[in-house]
Design a protein around this ligand. Structure first.
Ligand code: OGA
Ligand code: ZN
Length: 373
């Protein structure tokens, strides 16, 4: 609304309405205005320290004064005066701008024709502009590759720390994916890993996953990926009832070994404000379904229909990571897996870690602000 002026202000019973020169009339509720009076915020921390119960239900503006830059209000109680910046009022016209708050770029769904972009390790490590480009790309597609990574035990963390804190889990801050004696997890065998998202049994499954390939010389071991959001939309199109079942019913997930017993119940598809915002799918640690008896058969039909879409040639992409490449993906959107490999034919070793979505988004916003892009 830049370049737009205020034509008039009208005091109503519960709100004041501002009529702007572009013809829009925006209502600003009195609670909302009082709650956002500049005096309601601590001057240093910028955090709100206003007690909402210190005002009455019927608080109202008694008088106002409008200039080019500010709107002053005299309130019906406590002799309180508020002064609002007119630009702030325009930018926070809540029925106009509410959806901008998160400042995130929109997701771009993909299918099997998609080729993830390759970013350069040195550039992402050293240049804020490249880091920003990469983070923006990740918000759009949820999957990318970083190449020219040195084959050492610090390069992955260097990139992850460019964004923020690493997420520690029961597998540690960093985990090594290799076939191991006495594995406590199917990833630590040489067997095929069907498509899955990691750690669905956690209260909040990790956001982004990093897998740095140090060695991939064994026969097999190709990586598979699918855009779970695209697959969920396909299921919705094919069969809305099946989609709704995966949204509305929770299923149990469990990991347990000598040290822990981590369980959670959650739906396979989560929808917020009509948008798919999380896919949780992991058949190897899904526990025994405990759904209502009259739902069980249909639920399995829906679940199998989703598995079929995930694995269909329309959506699945497959490529073999090379030593020196790192794949990074949104673990609550993009499902990943791998083909079996033959450990007799060569070495296969990936290092992994997680960085939560919060860290990614925060860094993206800070770079967007500092680079003014
Ligand atoms: C994992 C995993 C994939 C691979 O460790 O969670 O999915 O390529 N690994 O080994
Ligand atoms: Zn995994």
């Amino acid at each position: 609304m830049s370049g737009i002026n205020i034509n008039s202000v009208n005091l109503n019973d519960k709100s004041l309405s501002i009529s702007y020169s572009n013809g829009k009339i925006i209502d600003y509720n009195y609670f909302w205005l009082r709650d956002n009076c500049p005096s309601a915020f601590h001057p240093q921390t910028k955090e709100r320290n206003f007690d909402l119960l210190s005002i009455n239900d019927n608080i109202r503006a008694l008088e106002f004064e409008i200039t080019q830059d500010s709107l002053k209000i005299k309130w019906s109680e406590q002799d309180h005066l508020s002064e609002y910046d007119v630009n702030w009022l325009k930018n926070n016209a809540y029925n106009e701008h509410y959806s901008n708050f998160l400042m995130m770029p929109e997701e771009k769904l993909w299918d099997s024709t998609y080729q993830p972009a390759i970013f350069n390790y040195e550039k992402v490590k050293d240049l804020d502009s490249e880091l920003y480009q990469w983070l923006q790309y990740m918000c759009h597609y949820g999957l990318s590759i970083i190449d020219n990574m040195p084959s050492n035990d610090v390069a992955m963390e260097e990139i992850a720390h460019r964004i923020g804190h690493l997420r520690e889990t029961n597998f540690g801050i960093v985990f090594n994916v290799q076939s191991k004696p006495n594995p406590n997890n199917q990833a630590y065998t040489s067997e095929r890993l069907p498509l899955h998202t990691d750690l669905p049994n956690q209260e909040t499954p990790p956001g982004y996953q990093f897998l740095h390939c140090l060695h991939n010389e064994a026969d097999g071991g190709e990586s598979t990926f699918v855009d779970g959001f695209a697959a969920a939309r396909q299921l919705e199109k094919d069969n809305k009832r099946y989609f709704d079942l995966l949204v509305n019913y929770k299923i149990p997930f469990r990991f347990h070994d000598e040290k822990c017993d981590i369980r959670e119940m959650r739906p396979v598809i989560s929808v917020v404000d009509g948008e798919v915002n999380e896919i949780i799918f992991n058949a190897h640690i899904a526990s025994t379904f405990n759904l209502p008896a009259d739902i069980m058969y249909e639920y399995y039909l829906a679940y199998r229909a989703f598995i079929r879409i995930l694995n269909s040639p329309q959506y699945l992409i497959k490529f073999k990571l090379e030593g020196g490449q790192m794949v990074v993906f949104d673990n609550r959107r993009v499902l990943h897996g791998r083909e079996s490999f033959n450990p007799q034919t060569g070495k296969r070793h990936l290092r992994g870690c997680y960085v939560d979505r919060t860290e990614f988004k925060s860094k993206y916003r800070k770079l967007k602000q500092s680079l003014a892009v």
